[in-house]
Write a protein that binds this ligand. Structure first.
Ligand code: F6R
Length: 239
């Protein structure tokens, strides 16, 4: 289902409301939250509502979506650091609640196995909140990805490494990513795919209106029965 909002603020309010409602209904929910610019305001609003309404996130499990390989967790620009600032610290999330890729690990395949196991132990994602890359990627599932993959290490698309510079204050070498696979995201009970701004309009049109294909991984998500596609007017401009 596609829902349009007049602007980023309205889109973010809606997404935040959904997350908080899910945790109210199911305090032990399993959440997978994207990094990136798009959900930043959503997370601020989640924190605001959770504080105002005393909604506890103490039983929630967080499964990491993706990380830049070689970027330490503590480094601004890492997906972990972003979520720590936006969600984990403000909501007093304990370390045992968070299962996140350690992309500095010596054996990245072991990291994938560890996160696959954490997700298996948690059962199933209750919600995956994802953004969309300019190339249609979801997490770091880049164009051409095998949709049956679980967590894996991936050579990042050039557009991803170029666009990724926006998260870092100095030019940063980005080449590989580590990510949950499409199979795991597609198994989530609910997926929210968010897009905001003019620059996302063309890829949103491809994802929603061209034949479903792993050439645009977001099209696999968008066609999934349990997916809510949330767009602001600018992102929806080419539909
Ligand atoms: C980040 C992630 C990426 C982003 C996507 C959009 O954890 O999974 O797939 O969601 O690249 O990024 P923004 O929101 O910065 O446009």
């Amino acid at each position: 289902m596609i829902t349009k909002f007049k602007n980023y603020q309205e889109l973010s309010k809606f997404a935040a409301g959904k997350i908080v409602q899910l945790v109210k209904n199911k305090p032990a929910a399993v959440l997978c939250l994207a990094g990136g610019d798009t959900p930043a305001l959503t997370y601020d609003i989640v924190v605001e509502i959770a504080m105002a309404e005393s909604v506890s996130f103490a039983a929630v499990t967080f499964i990491g979506l993706d990380e830049w390989v070689g970027i330490e967790r503590a480094m601004p620009g890492s997906c972990y650091h972003f979520l720590q600032q936006k969600i984990f610290d403000p909501l007093h999330i304990q370390q045992h609640q968070v299962h996140f890729f350690d992309s500095g690990a010596h054996d990245l395949q072991k990291e994938c196995d560890r996160i696959n196991k954490s997700l298996e132990n948690a059962g199933c994602l209750d919600l995956a909140l994802v953004g969309i890359g300019l190339n249609g990627h979801i997490g770091f599932n880049e164009p051409g990805v095998d949709p049956l993959l679980k967590a894996h290490v991936v050579e990042l698309d050039q557009l991803t490494t170029a666009t990724g510079q926006k998260y870092f204050t100095t030019s940063t070498a980005l080449a590989l990513g580590i990510t949950l696979g499409m199979a795991q995201i597609l198994e989530a009970r609910n997926v929210m795919l968010m897009a905001s701004g003019k620059k996302k309009a063309a890829i949103i049109r491809k994802a929603l209106q061209e034949p479903v294909s792993n050439a645009v991984p977001a099209s696999l998500i968008a066609s999934h029965a349990n997916t809510l596609v949330l767009l602001d007017d600018e992102a929806a401009a080419e539909l």
